[in-house]
Design a protein around this ligand. Sequence first.
Ligand SMILES: Nc1ncnc2c1ncn2[C@@H]1O[C@H](COP(=O)(O)OP(=O)(O)OP(=O)(O)O)[C@@H](O)[C@H]1O
Length: 582
Amino acid sequence: MNPVLWRLSRPLRPSILLAAFGQVVVTACHVGQALCLASALAGLFADQPLSELWWPLSVFFVFTWLRIVLMGLSEALAMRVAGLARHYLRQRLIGQVLRVAADPASDRDSGELSTTLVQSVEALQAYYSRYVPAVLGAVFGGGGVLLLMAYFDSRSALVAALAALALPFTDRLWLRWRRASAGGLFASMGRFSAYLLDSLRGVTTLKAFNAQTRRRQVLSQQARDLREQAMGVLYAILMRNGATGLLSLGGLALVTALSAQRAVAGELSPFALLAVVLLAREAFGTLEKLDKTFHIAWSGNAAAAPVIRLLDAIPGVPEPIEARALPTHHGVAFDSVSYTWPGGCEPALHNVNFTLEPGEFVAVVGPSGAGKSTLAALLMRFVAPDCGRVSLGGVDLRDLRVNDVYENVSGVFQHSVLLHGSIEENLRMGAPQASDEDLAEACRVASLESWISSLEKGVATAVGEGGARLSGGQRQRIAIARAWLKNTPVMVLDEATANVDVASETHIGEAIERLRGQRSLLVIAHRLANVRNADRILVLDRGRLVEIGDHHNLLTRNGLYARLWNRQHAHEASPQTEEELI
Ligand SMILES: Nc1ncnc2c1ncn2[C@@H]1O[C@H](COP(=O)(O)OP(=O)(O)OP(=O)(O)O)[C@@H](O)[C@H]1O
């Protein structure tokens, strides 16, 4: 049994032991049947009158019925373990999946995560509900049968025990030898589902670039690899089943021959001979049952690695051991903050200092790659600074629980994700108890009112998967309304006006103006016109805070901000390419 998987099974153990006990009781019934049959047959060969044979035959039938009932119960117990294991594993994994998927520094893709959550959990639930009870059943049930055999004939019991012990030993060798190929199968599955998911998400882009044929070819190749891996595993399992089948048949034949020889020599009574042969059949029967679950053990062993890797994954910012209380003051401070993304050569932010006072509106601008989104990621505690600290109300964000941070800070990001459902469901995501008045107010603030009232179903309109039925501007404004409704003292708006048309951009600009003074606002902007009224504008360049001041102040300084402003205005007078914009 895999020790890692055994440790993971702690809360499931009582149910697993009960399922194993069920199997041992079924084996006990088999033993009862074997002894009754041996007694009846021995009586028949000894020419006993039929009147003396009826009682072992009657008990035989009682055992038969009991065994049928107990097999049903045992199956129900196995199903119960399967359900419990699935629930327990998913509960433990889902929190980790959400943490890892939300970690911008993590390199796990959603395909790999969903394979772990679905296929690996399926493999492990079978491991706990079928394989582990079968192992325990074979050890205790099969062991008990061998002891009983030894009572009748110790030599036959010894031969049977040796053949029986050779089976798990072969299994271990086989598992060790072929583990890499089973692991390869799970890796191929993960790769294939990640690629498929990615292709489905980007189907419109693939069509627009006429790249579907190439994508399909790669997918077909991956499907072929997956099939080859699966066939390889199947072939190996069949080969191994043949080898172990031979071992158990050979063991049984040897025991039969040995005990028959002793019976001929008069060393064993006919009853003992029949009992030994029938019991040997039963001892190997428990091993055959175990044998049938071999592929489950194999899949379980292969699934263990991704599951344990996911459970052990430490999110970019771990939860504090002793969390500090939620601050009552909501001022944000960046003190000498530097941060380099994992694998990055240059720091995305270098020694950045600024404050965001309660109710203040601070804008962040700068060329592409200057570190604006990194600033937002640090304030949302998605990542933690390498040097310096980001604090809320004087408390380092690392000392706050992540949920406490989200109670205080909400964000609208470059690619705001809407979930499948209605506009209202998306709006209420962070504030399920919000009143209809609050909902209407949030729509007004985010300039959604007139658009929603033009919709036949109003806020009950479905947004489609990922908000696919809405424009970029509508998605952004729903995200702003959602963040507003959540009612946090600090709001981060990252690229709230990127990829939207001019009309939506104006609406979003109006929304920002309405939010002004009501919350502390950190707005990361591409269109400088939308943040010209900000209390302060931070200008970032290659990770450094190079200018800070209000719009007029910065224009008079004639530095980077003034250049960006003039370039944007020149662009608006004569549109240029997107790269020439900020
Ligand atoms: N998740 C990430 N993993 C690795 N590197 C990242 C990640 N996010 C950003 N970076 C790197 O950090 C640097 C700053 O990127 P950032 O997204 O913060 O800039 P930005 O000013 O928001 O750019 P843009 O305006 O183009 O969105 C860039 O060099 C970028 O490649």
